[in-house]
Design a protein around this ligand. Structure first.
Ligand SMILES: Cc1ncc(COP(=O)(O)O)c(C=O)c1O
Length: 397
């Protein structure tokens, strides 16, 4: 029997990780375990305060029952309290907040609630893949705006053509930014909101890294600027090392939240209530967040200093868990990533061109690799010594 799958699914290209994967397998066969800076999944344990809350909640909720589609009232109230404390923004828990199963689920599904076939979604490039995949599955078209160092990795709003502006329904922004580590000044967020209002484009601001910052100025939320025409996506994955828990929320314009809630009742049956209880415990505690920030800062400094010592340009991120490292001229990102897999170094990174698209012959991720600061501090110390050996391998310095 032939099993025909959907054209949309079949048209997806897989990640071209084969080359690096093959090298990793070869290293492992030789008894070398590489240090993996590839995927942004923190290796630190989920804070004890969160784990205890989950354990207690499982017993307290012995009778299972479906969760609320939109989030338990206690959870939505906690989100409102935290948003007020952190960003100074008032949210109505009844109308302006909806829970999600982590940010990824909400990011992927959001276009389904908004788009008609052929509508355009403006997407940052490089960017988190579900902005594109969610658009495509919802029948929309993607328009990429490149994030370039010359523009501090902010999209150039003036570069978006008129015909795109007429057809666009959503524009994704993501600050602090994965993968570039860039922050958005409040002025930029104000400009984006004005731009969205002018062209009737919803500004969808993906904000899972607002708590992973290193400087004295805290990253802003788009909600500090406006709620009208705006929706923010939050998650506890990177704030509280809760990637496994799958909990987040969307907040903003009540008309958009109402549409999203309506759509969501057709997809899933909500975030497990005991996970929401754990999320309430996480949002009630800032000490673990500060400790995690400090740890990432230390790891960032170890690795950036090692890369600089090896003769590479300094690319010290201001926020997120990522280093967007410029590589030497005359090499491709894949060649550089492959060099790091030399047995004397054995460090896994992601070639920048794999997480960005080629548009008009230019891939803005080419010339970069991404390092996710997820190995333990001890592993980062080992990697620090090894990365310094790059200087010899590449003849830099
Ligand atoms: C930019 C961005 N948005 C959203 C997410 C999704 O996070 P989660 O689904 O774990 O909440 C990630 C995860 O890496 C991300 O990098």
């Amino acid at each position: 029997m032939q099993i025909p799958f959907s054209d949309r699914l079949m048209s997806l290209t897989g990640y071209a990780f084969a080359e690096v994967d093959k090298k990793v397998v070869e290293l492992k066969a030789r008894g070398i375990t590489p240090i993996d800076f590839g995927i942004g999944d923190p290796s630190e344990p989920t804070p004890e305060v969160v784990r205890r809350a989950l354990q207690k909640a499982v017993d307290a909720r012995a009778t299972s029952g479906y969760p609320s589609y939109i989030g338990a009232p206690e959870f939505r109230h906690m989100v409102a309290t935290w948003t007020k404390l952190r960003f100074g923004v008032d949210l109505n828990p009844e109308t302006e907040i909806c829970s999600s199963i982590g940010a990824k689920e909400a990011v992927f599904h959001f276009p389904f609630a908004i788009l008609n076939p052929g509508d355009v979604v403006i997407v940052p490039n490089p960017g988190y893949p579900p902005y594109v995949r969610g658009t495509q599955f919802a029948g929309g078209e993607v328009f990429y705006v490149n994030l370039l160092p010359g523009n501090n990795f902010l999209p150039d709003l003036a570069s978006i053509p008129e015909d795109v502006l007429r057809r666009a329904k959503i524009m994704w922004i993501n600050y602090p930014n994965n993968p570039t580590g860039a922050l958005a000044p409040l002025e930029f967020l104000k400009d984006v909101v004005v731009f969205g209002h002018k062209h009737s484009i919803i500004i969808a601001s993906d904000e899972p890294y607002t708590e992973n910052y290193f400087g004295s100025e805290k990253p802003h939320s788009i909600l500090e600027v406006a709620k009208e025409g705006v929706v923010a996506f939050h998650s506890l994955s990177k704030r509280s090392c809760m990637t496994c828990y799958r909990v987040g929320w969307v907040a903003g314009d009540e008309r958009i939240i109402a549409a999203f809630k309506k759509f969501k009742t057709n997809i899933d049956s909500g975030t497990p209530t005991f996970v929401q209880d754990a999320a309430i415990a996480a949002l009630s505690d800032e000490s673990h967040v500060a400790a995690f920030r400090e740890l990432i800062r230390e790891k960032r400094n170890l690795i950036v200093d090692a890369l600089v010592a090896a003769g590479l340009p300094e690319c010290r991120p201001e926020a997120t868990l990522y280093i967007w490292q410029r590589i030497p001229k005359g090499m491709t990102s894949v060649e550089f990533a492959t060099k790091l897999l030399d047995p004397s170094i054995a460090v896994v990174v992601t070639p920048g061109n794999w997480i960005s698209a080629e548009v008009n012959g230019i891939n803005p991720g080419e010339g970069y690799v991404r390092l996710a600061l997820v190995p333990s501090k001890e592993e980062c110390r080992v990697a620090e010594d090894k990365i310094k050996k790059l200087e010899m391998l590449l003849g830099l310095g």
